[in-house]
Design a protein around this ligand. Structure first.
Ligand code: NIG
Ligand code: FE
Length: 417
């Protein structure tokens, strides 16, 4: 099928964009794209492709902009229930870490999630996946982390695996038993770390080999933070996972600087995420590595906190910057990368072009899938969004509305409205 009549075709060609290079759109005005099966076959000027492929069926983009489907590289998609009560408590003056220390926060979602059966958890997760797709996300990373024991963590992995198989949203799973200290181990956090290293992560490896061996292993992630896992515990968990062959991620510097970003760089993690309180030394370490810095501006926004990721500093240091929603019930219930882009333009001072590259090709790099998704280039998977605007800058400029007209996943037009 030939997609034609495109005002601006943003190809994002040329691979992940480091430092001040960020924002290279690879734009073709009056462009066209030929897809064959699941794959992009040709990209170029409309006049060339219309004559070269005169007999192909056509899809008219109505003179609007087309870009790669958004890749959301950090979400906590599988959970049950909600935390509206805590939202209200925070507005009345209680902090996020206070609520967590008092047994609420992540732990209250753990309780609700442990109680939910597979079908209920699946249905709740699937509804959010549909919302993501409708807003133009064609691939999302998704973490476990609301089980904190083998049974419940594996159930969440199973939900994610089934959802990915069902499609059309492609799910890249992350295993996160180290999201909080399990309530059973409240008085002995080190015993929970041992449980994670000796039981829960090996159980995930077994489960994966039996049930999903055709797919790459999930990432393993740790919430390295005051009140969660300290630097030494994070190192133990991540090195255990790495030695078993898992690729790595980390939650670092959301509230306090514990050195998690440098640890991620040292261990060759795919990404270090949040990075609000990151020191200049940590930023340098990240920039000198292949670890992608993932900013999650919905999180401070959701917490009504004025501190955001120092994106300009990361770019000036030569780092790889990506954007994600962090979709979760505690700090940021947001499925829309369009909202993230609008926020990043204001709170992180990115231009729309920088935010778009950070939400496509660089976010594909944050989940180590930039060889296959994140740009519109021959040979890549045909994941694209047709917008209802003709100037890409309206993404970022406008917010609160859905500017996606049509979603294409693996070469198929997805009925999402
Ligand atoms: O990324 N920081 C840890 N995890 C989530 C919050 C999860 C929750 O509160 O349920 C985050 O912000
Ligand atoms: Fe998170």
């Amino acid at each position: 099928m030939l997609i034609h009549n495109i005002s601006q075709l943003l190809t994002m060609q040329g691979g992940p964009q480091r430092g001040r290079e960020l924002g290279h759109l690879g734009m073709v005005e009056k462009g066209a794209v030929l897809m064959r099966g699941e794959t992009i076959e040709a990209v170029g000027l409309e006049e060339d492709l219309l004559s070269r492929y005169a007999d192909e069926p056509r899809l008219d983009a109505l003179g609007k902009a087309v870009l790669p489907g958004f890749v959301d590289p950090h979400t906590h998609l599988v959970w049950a229930g909600d935390r509206a009560v805590e939202f209200e408590m925070r507005l009345e003056g209680h902090t996020y870490l206070e609520i967590l220390a008092a047994g609420g926060g992540i732990i209250s979602t753990v309780e609700a999630t442990r109680e939910a059966d597979f079908d209920s958890l699946y249905a709740q997760t699937r509804a959010r996946a549909r919302t993501m797709l409708r807003h133009g996300t064609t691939t999302a990373e998704a973490k476990t982390g609301y089980g904190l024991d083998s049974t419940s963590e594996l159930l969440q992995l199973q939900v994610l695996h089934k959802l990915d198989k069902e499609g059309p949203l492609e799910i890249v799973p992350t295993f996160l038993p180290a999201h909080a200290i399990a309530p059973e181990y409240k008085t002995d956090p080190d015993a929970y770390v041992r449980q994670i290293c000796h039981k829960i992560i090996p159980a995930a490896l077994d489960w994966w080999k039996k049930n999903a061996a055709e797919k790459p292993l999930p990432f393993v992630d740790v919430f390295c933070e005051t009140g969660a896992f300290d630097l030494e515990q994070s190192r133990q968990i991540l090195t255990t996972a790495r030695d078993l062959g898992f690729p790595l991620k980390i939650h670092a510097d959301e509230f306090d600087n514990l050195g998690g970003a440098s640890l991620a760089a040292e261990l060759g993690a795919a990404s270090a995420d949040h990075l609000v309180k990151t020191s200049s030394a940590d930023i340098k370490a990240l920039a000198a590595s292949s670890t992608v810095a993932v900013a999650l501006p919905c999180t401070p926004f959701g917490l009504a906190d004025p501190h955001y990721t120092p994106a300009k500093e990361i770019l000036d240091a030569g780092g790889l910057l990506a954007l994600a929603t962090d979709c979760n019930p505690g700090t940021a219930w947001c499925e829309s990368m369009q909202f993230v882009i609008a926020l990043a333009c204001r709170a992180l001072k990115l231009t729309p072009a920088q935010a778009l590259a950070a939400a496509t090709i660089n976010s594909a790099a944050a989940i180590q899938r930039d060889d296959r998704i994140g740009s519109i280039e021959p040979g890549k998977q045909a994941d694209m969004i047709l917008l209802n605007i003709n100037d890409y800058r309206h993404l970022g400029y406008r917010f609160g509305d859905n500017l996606v007209n049509t979603v294409i996943k693996r070469g198929r037009i997805i009925p999402v409205l």
